[in-house]
Design a protein around this ligand. Structure first.
Ligand SMILES: *Cc1c(COP(=O)(O)O)cnc(C)c1O
Length: 375
């Protein structure tokens, strides 16, 4: 064993199919974390596998300076499905890179350097994105990070208005804070961010890396709130587990974005995977399905768990159960006793973000398991 960043769990995973993962003894686990939200259409979706395999055999890679059908198709699809007029696309390899680019583009396009971010927010682990991430634990010993970042309390419109001024290049914010504990924003809050940035000539960057691709019940959480940012970032499930992220921007940002690049930007294989993933989300009506099953899950959890937990909250299939003691022992019992894999969000929140293809019967299994553990 030579890896050192992740502490590994005692379950060796060998294969995946739909909402399930199978260990080396072929025992089934329900993947209620969608492997860090990377399997929105389920594991090994046949269309994604077919499109990716075919592309792999035809052309594995060509640099982004030569047009390629898979990449061009993905640019078009993303521009088509993006909120409002966010129709210029930068493709990269991960969430943190999508945000890193967003911050660079916003600084260059505005000619300003100050960034406003939110307490409990999470935007990634590279030096720029990390500077906008709240948790000190993630930053300790790595400084100096990118400067000029001010943090304001999440959900406080007044504090946001006060922080945004003529020096502000961008506000970066999640529509639901994922890592930070599953904290949904109200429409009024996001409208305030939109107004404050528009008035100050700053860019609103909406980080939809966890909330996007149908998870909250609409393709983008922005759609559900009727708010169109200047920049929207997506990654995680975009390539169904292949590394691809995107920074979607309005023309005024694209026109003055500055010099940027990446060797792997929009390689044909990841572009084929992302195209097939977006097609499957649309064709299978997964955003609406996520809203339905999400409602079923939340009301079931509320009814069954009652006072045994502090709160159940979320949007669509991004659900947090705030437990009374630490989340880790609950997650261990879920995995080892009930074969359900979920994720933490901070110390006390069990985060449920399954593939969007889960059905109510899967939600029932999770509700029953949590009842057995905490009630
Ligand atoms: C996971 C995540 C990121 C970082 O994405 P990586 O692919 O891990 O770099 C950024 N923002 C949000 C909201 C995330 O959930």
């Amino acid at each position: 064993m030579t890896g050192f960043v992740f502490s590994e769990k005692p379950i060796g995973i060998e294969r995946g199919e739909g909402v399930s993962l199978y260990d080396t003894d072929d025992r089934e686990y329900l993947d209620f974390g969608a492997s860090y939200a990377c399997a929105p259409v389920g594991h090994c979706h046949p269309d994604v596998v077919a499109a990716t395999t075919e592309q792999l055999e035809t052309l594995t890679y060509v640099q982004a300076s030569y047009p390629n059908a898979a990449r061009t198709a993905l640019y078009d699809t993303l521009a088509d499905v993006a909120p409002g007029d966010l129709d210029r696309v930068w493709l990269c390899n991960s969430g943190t890179e999508a945000n890193e680019a967003a911050l660079k583009f916003a600084r260059h396009a505005t000619g300003r350097s100050e960034i406003v971010a939110t307490m409990q927010g999470f935007h990634g682990r590279t030096m720029g994105s990390l500077a906008t991430t709240w948790k000190d634990e993630y930053k300790a010993g790595f400084g100096p990070l990118a400067g000029g970042v001010e943090f304001v309390p999440y959900g406080d419109g007044e504090a946001m208005r006060e922080a945004v001024d003529a020096e502000t290049a961008a506000v970066i914010v999640e529509p639901v804070q994922g890592e930070g504990g599953v904290n949904p924003a109200t429409t009024a809050y996001l409208e305030t961010v939109r107004e404050a940035t528009a008035e100050a000539g700053a860019a609103m960057i909406l980080d939809e890396i966890q909330t996007g691709l149908g998870r909250t019940g609409t393709l983008w959480a922005a759609d559900g709130h009727g708010v169109v940012p200047d920049v929207l970032t997506t990654a995680k499930g975009l390539g169904s587990g292949l590394p691809v992220g995107a920074t979607l921007v309005r023309e005024w940002i694209a026109a003055e974005a500055g010099d940027h690049g990446s060797t792997f930007s929009g390689g044909p294989v990841v572009s084929a995977a992302a195209g097939a993933t977006l097609d499957a989300i649309e064709r299978e009506g997964l955003p609406a399905h996520a809203a339905d099953v999400g409602d079923y899950l939340v009301s079931g959890l509320c009814e069954t768990l009652g006072d045994a937990v502090r709160e159940v909250r979320g949007e669509g299939l991004l659900v947090g159960v705030e437990v009374k003691r630490g989340a880790n022992p609950v997650l261990r019992d879920l995995a080892m006793e009930h074969r359900i894999l979920a994720l933490p969000a901070g110390r006390s929140v069990v985060r449920l973000l399954p593939p969007l293809t889960v059905e109510c019967e899967h939600a029932d299994r999770v509700i029953d398991a949590l009842e057995a553990i905490v009630v």
